[in-house]
Design a binder for this molecule. Structure first.
Ligand SMILES: Cc1cc2nc3c(=O)[nH]c(=O)nc-3n(C[C@H](O)[C@H](O)[C@H](O)COP(=O)(O)OP(=O)(O)OC[C@H]3O[C@@H](n4cnc5c(N)ncnc54)[C@H](O)[C@@H]3O)c2cc1C
Length: 222
């Protein structure tokens, strides 16, 4: 009997982990097709920061090499972004015209970084931090640029700043900005207050909030 067709949109951590479990529980149950907008096999996005910091290479963080897809009979469409789902005909369509029919459809497309809707957001050199291309863009920029501004003092903002400091051996001047005192990064304290523990002591995080009422400037504590 013909296997039902499973199409997975999103070649990321959740989608492929699901397939790994499925292949363990019910090998051969589905005829599987995967669409991935990125032109790479599935990799561990969580480890992008060590790649940025120069501690690991992309190959080190690949979770499933191309051979894994082939060994499991998975049809893989890399670098193909699905732009349409035709539910009536049960088909997905990618931007380049590639189509695949499905009986079951799994959407595992992750998320996108929030880019502030402000003038300048579309300028060259303004990026989010989400994938290996963003990471490589930062690595290349850090070779020739002298200043970086990291907007957002959460986990990824600090990891980006920390990684940039590592690869440039602290040559790069980094401004780390966040919107409010409440949103300030761990380890950054307003003047005159006791420092909290800094998880990334190497980051010279000069924290500047916008020049508007309530503006504050924080210093890095050692
Ligand atoms: C630098 C960094 C560090 C992180 N650190 C941590 C951490 O320490 N701990 C933690 O828990 N989480 C961490 N995260 C978050 C974690 O990586 C995500 O929660 C996780 O990757 C989500 O998995 P996902 O499969 O839902 O999405 P993703 O891994 O983003 O995969 C989605 C995939 O779908 C593809 N896609 C999207 N739209 C389409 C389309 N239309 N057609 C085809 N393909 C499409 C995308 O290109 C992407 O490859 C980190 C993230 C980053 C960026």
């Amino acid at each position: 009997m013909k296997q039902p067709r499973l199409v997975v949109v999103g070649n990321g951590m959740a989608g492929i982990r699901t397939l790994e479990e499925l292949l363990k529980l019910a090998p051969g149950m589905y005829d599987i097709t995967v669409f991935g907008a990125e032109p790479y096999p599935n990799y561990n996005r969580i480890l992008l920061s060590p790649v940025l910091a120069g501690e690991q290479d992309f190959d080190d963080i690949v979770l499933n090499p191309l051979s894994w897809y082939a060994d499991n009979g998975i049809t893989l469409h890399l670098g193909k972004q699905v732009t349409r789902i035709d539910r009536a005909r049960r088909r997905v369509l990618a931007a380049d015209g590639t189509e695949a029919a499905y009986d079951r459809l799994l959407l595992a497309t992750g998320s996108l970084p929030f880019i502030l809707p402000i003038p300048g957001k579309d300028l060259k050199g303004v990026i989010g931090y989400r994938d290996i291309d963003d990471t490589r863009t930062m690595i290349e920029a850090a070779k020739v640029k002298r200043r970086a501004v990291v907007i957002g003092g959460g986990l990824l903002g600090l990891e980006a700043a920390n990684g940039l400091m590592h690869i440039t051996r602290q040559r790069l001047h980094i401004d780390l900005t966040t919107a409010s005192e409440r949103g300030r990064p761990a380890g950054i304290t307003p003047p005159g207050t006791a420092p909290r523990q800094n998880p990334h002591p190497g980051v010279p995080a000069l924290l500047r909030s916008p020049r508007e009422p309530g503006h504050r400037e924080w210093r890095r504590h050692p």
